[in-house]
Structure formats: structure tokens, C-alpha cells
Ligand binder design. Structure first.
Ligand SMILES: [Mg+2]
Ligand SMILES: [Zn+2]
Length: 182
């Protein structure tokens, strides 16, 4: 059986986003229905990974210990719902660093695929920004845009291909995926 993998952007998908960066543990506020959706996907046999741009690290807005605390909180919330986050990958760089991991580059997605032995065609990446979609498209991975976070703004300002999958939120995506009609 090929592995079933869902990769998620973090800010605006799993937790509320901010235009001013999520800098403290207190500012990291989960979207409750997203936590439940992750747990449900996990309990249904999906592996769950997170791929998140965190240039606030490179900018010095918060440190690795703070980022780790946010992620422990996220992991604990999902575990409390009976699910599991299997992997978290982050990019600490800025655009001018020209790394291979910062979305829209697909480096983090590629790394996750390699670690899980998964195929891009059998994986979904869910995000709220054009950068997320572009990272997935770069390696022919199906991408879904959610309207939470910057998602509605992304829809309003971008002419997306008609075939782009758009969902209200992660819970809506999860419902469709589990009903196998994405
Ligand atoms: Mg985001
Ligand atoms: Zn990077």
C-alpha cells in the first residue's frame, strides 16, 4: 500500500495567522477545527507533516526555543484529539538567503517525501498562500488552498488556475479527502 501523506502549511492553516509574525507562544493560537481535522486524518491512516516558512527566525523576531515551544503545543493539541503530527520541517531563511527550502521552493516538500518514501502524486499540500501552491506545483504535488489565514486574500488577488482546489478551511479539506472526492 502506498503511504497516504498530507503536508500542511502552519500559519493560517493550523493556527491563526498574523501579518506581524507569530512571535510568542501566547500568539500561537490554534484553529480548533483544524486540530480536530488533523487528528481525524491521522486516525484515518494519513501521515501528517508540516512545512512552514519561519523567516522570523532569520529576522531575529523569535528564537528556536520559542518555535519549538509552539510546535510542542501544536503536537499536544493534536495528540489530545487522538491524532499525531509525524514530522515538522521549517525554513528559517529570508528570500535573500536563496535557500532551497523557503517556499515557493519545493525543498521542504521534497525532504518530507524522501523521508516518508512518498510519491508527490499521492500526497496533498494544503496552504493559504500562493507560495504554498507554487511549491507543490513545482513538483507536481496536488495542492489545496484554504480560505483561512491569508487564503481569502490569496484568492482575491491572484488569478489561480481553474483547477485549483479551494476549501473553506482544513476541516473542509479533510471532509472531502476522507470522502475521497477532492
Ligand atoms: Mg500560511
Ligand atoms: Zn530555507
Amino acid at each position: 500500500m502506498p503511504i497516504k501523506l498530507v503536508i500542511l502549511d502552519r500559519d493560517g492553516v493550523i493556527n491563526l495567522d498574523s501579518d506581524n509574525y507569530i512571535r510568542t507562544l501566547q500568539q500561537w493560537i490554534a484553529i480548533p477545527s483544524s486540530i480536530q481535522a488533523i487528528a481525524e486524518l491521522s486516525r484515518s491512516g494519513y501521515s501528517i507533516a508540516v512545512a512552514t516558512n519561519q523567516s522570523g527566525i532569520g529576522r531575529g523576531y523569535y528564537d528556536l526555543a520559542t518555535l519549538e515551544a509552539m510546535h510542542q503545543k501544536m503536537i499536544a493539541l493534536v495528540e489530545a484529539e487522538g491524532g499525531k503530527i509525524d514530522k515538522i520541517v521549517f525554513c528559517p531563511h529570508l528570500d535573500e538567503d536563496h535557500c532551497h527550502c523557503r517556499k515557493p521552493k519545493p525543498g521542504m516538500l521534497q525532504q518530507i517525501l524522501n523521508e516518508f518514501g512518498a510519491q508527490p502524486s499521492n500526497t496533498y499540500f494544503v496552504g493559504d498562500s500562493l507560495r504554498d501552491l507554487q511549491a507543490a506545483w513545482a513538483i507536481n504535488m496536488p495542492a489545496a488552498l484554504v480560505k483561512t489565514g491569508k487564503g481569502q486574500r490569496t484568492l482575491d488577488k491572484t488569478a489561480l488556475p481553474e483547477s485549483t482546489l479551494v476549501f473553506e478551511d482544513l476541516a473542509d479539506f479533510s471532509r472531502h479527502l476522507l470522502a475521497a472526492n477532492c
